[in-house]
Design a protein around this ligand. Structure first.
Ligand code: UGA
Length: 447
């Protein structure tokens, strides 16, 4: 079986490499010749832990090419993993439409049954109402002569390889039984995973619902944290801990309590960022509005996320009491989360922008995202690799990304580097297990 993956972005490439790792022959297609060349050399064009190694190990089964038509003709299954640019409200399906048109043209003269699977995150209905008609029109084929599927991805950036190799579930939204069995063969290397077989529109809805639910949990936690901050002696971490120990949340199995990973989303923070949650929740909200669904939750969670940044920023200004004007702000962490160099919708970058707009001098530090940060902030910030250097002249320091390296820095070292009047705002409860300090303020704690 040959599989063509159209688009070698983060989703496409991890999918291609992950499937190659189960012995499948993969054609990685991208119009960007630079990316194609890199993949041929075994170098990943994106940063994702473990991806370079896995790419190299599977190079013999990965054929990178910019010949889209050739790859589609050679493949039994064509996975669409192209980008869906966002205008702030709706996702733009131009690349999806273009890919569908190219697939239709390329399979015109083929008598084989091919499956077209959408992996890009798309609003419900896209696979059957946009992709299918375009493919059929361009190929001149009839319904049933081509298989259609929606196969959403549930990869977390920074963990994508691990998530792909150990999937918790594989959702296959298929247009027919035949399509379903071909896709099951695609994933037959992942025998221990639960396969959820459904129709394409349900699969599309599963993806949006999963991300909106996680984003909702984050915003819910941040609203609860804001309430706790008004209650002296109340720590939201303790509140959430009390909630998590409800056995409907964390069941006791053979005498042992199982704490679900979801509990990690139930904590105060600076709000969610990245390329998925903000975009997916906004796209679902717009979709829901178009359907004239009477609902406020998606709006509400987005509102909390937007205002959380401002809230966190003000927290620093409120606690600063330097006996002089506040001049310099340091931001520790500009990646939207650890183990990635991605700064899209990153709270750390947004906080830096907020500080710059208000005329403060700004120092930013990150372990791998500085280059991408520079592209956004340019000469308006000073850049540091070392957190202790970044905070030296700052009046207020915000810890914005949960890089584990920060935990390796002792409070004594922080204290030595900080000016005597400077304060630190722990926007992620990263140092919740450390003793209270007069210079450190933690989010979600009443005082
Ligand atoms: C998210 C989902 O977790 C994946 O399941 C999904 O496949 C992916 O989107 C996608 O649609 O492609 P990702 O954006 O990589 O993955 O990152 P998460 O680890 O879920 O974090 C998203 C944002 O929420 C980050 O800004 C993170 O810092 C923030 N977050 C996370 C919090 O603010 N608080 C938390 O407790 C957890």
């Amino acid at each position: 079986m040959k599989i063509a993956v159209l688009g070698t972005g983060y989703v496409g490439l991890v999918t291609a490499v992950g499937l190659a790792n189960t012995g499948k022959h993969i054609l990685c297609v991208d119009k960007d010749l630079g990316k194609v060349e890199k993949i041929r050399q075994g170098i990943s064009p994106i940063y994702e832990p473990g991806l370079d190694e896995l790419l190299l190990a599977n190079l013999e089964r990965l054929e990178a090419t910019s010949d889209t038509a050739g790859a589609i003709k050679a493949a039994d299954v064509i996975i669409i993993a192209v980008g869906t640019p966002f205008d702030g409200k709706h996702i733009d399906l131009s690349y999806i439409r273009q890919a569908a048109g190219e697939i239709g043209e390329a399979i015109k003269d083929s008598n084989e049954f091919k499956v077209v699977a959408v992996k890009s995150t798309v609003v419900p209905g896209t696979t059957m109402d946009v992709v299918r008609p375009i493919v059929l029109e361009h190929s001149g084929k009839r319904d049933g002569e081509v298989g259609f599927a929606m196969n959403p991805e549930f990869l977390r950036e920074g963990n994508a390889v691990e998530d792909f190799l150990n999937p918790d579930r594989i959702v296959l939204g298929v247009s027919s039984e035949k399509t379903g069995s071909i896709l099951q063969e695609v994933y037959n290397g992942y025998r221990n995973s639960t396969i959820i077989m459904t129709n394409p529109t349900t699969a599309e809805m599963i993806k949006y619902t999963a991300n909106s639910f996680l984003a909702l949990t984050i915003s819910f936690s941040n609203e609860i944290a804001r309430i706790c901050e008004n209650l002296p002696g109340v720590d939201s971490e303790e509140v959430f801990n009390g909630v998590i120990h409800d056995k409907r949340f964390s069941p006791i199995v053979r005498g042992e309590r199982i704490i679900p990973q979801l509990a990690t989303y139930l904590r105060a923070g600076i709000g969610f960022g990245g390329s998925c949650f903000p975009k997916d929740v906004k796209a679902l909200r717009a979709f829901s509005e178009d359907l004239q669904v009477d609902g406020q939750l998606l709006n509400g969670l987005l509102h909390i996320n937007r205002t959380q940044l401002e809230h966190v920023f003000k927290m620093g200004l409120h606690h600063f009491n330097g006996g002089g004007p506040l001049k310099r702000i340091a931001i520790l962490g500009t990646a939207f989360k650890p183990n990635t160099d991605d700064v899209r919708e990153s709270p750390g970058v947004k906080l830096a922008q907020m500080a710059i707009e208000r005329g403060y001098s700004v120092a930013v530090q990150d372990y791998i995202a500085l280059q991408n940060t520079k592209e956004l902030l340019g000469s308006e910030a000073d850049y540091y690799d070392d957190p202790l250097e970044a905070i030296r002249e700052a009046d207020v320091v915000y810890v914005t990304t949960i890089w584990p390296q920060y935990k390796a820095v002792s409070d004594e070292d922080f204290e030595k580097a900080l000016q005597p009047h400077a304060i630190m705002v722990d926007t992620r409860s990263h140092f919740k297990n450390r003793a209270a300090k007069k210079w450190r303020f933690r989010i979600g704690v009443g005082n």
